[in-house]
Design a protein around this ligand. Structure first.
Ligand SMILES: Nc1ncnc2c1ncn2[C@@H]1O[C@H](COP(=O)(O)OP(=O)(O)OP(=O)(O)O)[C@@H](O)[C@H]1O
Ligand SMILES: [Mg+2]
Length: 243
């Protein structure tokens, strides 16, 4: 079975080693989707049971309960992402609904606990912007961009993540800017190539998956040209909801 996300993420000029690994991933992806759902569903169930017991006995502190609830939320989200991938794998289509952009950004931030170590600046053109999207897929895109930003700022004295939005009647632009070392000139042409990574533990799949998801929504994803002394900036557009 060919995975549309990976298939679309594959640029024509990709080298043969990447193609071989991509083929392996195409085989692995459906298996992963199938096999990982069950343990995640079980984990969500046990986490919920744990929170219920603690609440009933009155032994759990509020902080502990809130951590368990957050872990449960993230587990449920992973199950939903897998379900969404399964549907996308079958149909290759995105089903978009009007969704509040603010809520999507907040959920994506909640999926990256490390953002608590950086200063997050919100600069939205409107608090009520709605976009027509598959909510979980767009959360995945933003989560990937936030993780990249936090990882890039690991060694920086100033750690600031700025998220801004601007909208027209047709499309909404989201800008994610960090205060890390910025994008290297010589990597710019390869950022969206599957398996391109400069990180020892990186898979190099985040940005290519992000671009595939954004383009499946009819939008675009691109980085700003690097400016010396400035961090990295990524822009993406999504269809604005007319409702
Ligand atoms: N905010 C950023 N600042 C600096 N470099 C970045 C930033 N975001 C991405 N990059 C560069 O782009 C490369 C590709 O990013 P991508 O998210 O596709 O893969 P990755 O982060 O290396 O691995 P993973 O598959 O875990 O996401 C990174 O290895 C890094 O060199
Ligand atoms: Mg990444």
């Amino acid at each position: 079975m060919v995975c549309p996300i990976l298939d679309k993420a594959l640029p024509r000029e990709i080298h043969s080693e990447g193609r071989g690994r991509l083929r392996a991933l195409e085989t692995l992806t459906p298996t992963l989707i199938h096999e990982v759902s069950q343990p995640l569903t079980a984990a969500a169930y046990y986490l919920e049971a744990c929170a219920v017991q603690l609440r009933r006995r009155g032994t759990g502190t509020d902080e502990m309960l809130s951590m368990i609830e957050r872990a449960q939320e993230q587990t449920v989200k992973a199950i939903e992402i897998i379900k969404g991938m399964r549907n996308f794998l079958i149909s290759g289509e995105v089903v978009g609904r009007p969704e509040a952009l603010r809520g999507i950004i907040d959920s994506a931030l909640a999926a990256v606990p490390e953002v608590s170590t950086v200063n997050v600046v919100h600069a939205y053109s409107s608090a009520s912007t709605h976009v027509v999207v598959d909510r979980l897929q767009v959360e995945q895109v933003l989560t990937n961009l936030f993780v990249n930003a936090v990882q890039a700022m690991e060694g920086s004295a100033l750690r600031r993540l700025t998220i801004s939005t601007r909208e027209t009647a047709r499309e909404t632009q989201i800008v994610v800017e960090d205060s890390g070392p910025g994008l290297a000139d010589d990597t710019l042409g390869r950022l969206f190539e599957p398996f391109f990574t400069t990180k020892p533990q990186g898979m190099g799949l985040g940005l290519s998956i992000c671009r595939t998801i954004v383009e499946a929504h009819g939008g675009r994803l691109w980085p700003n040209r690097p400016v010396k002394g400035r961090g990295a900036t990524f822009n993406l557009t999504l269809p604005t909801s007319q409702d």
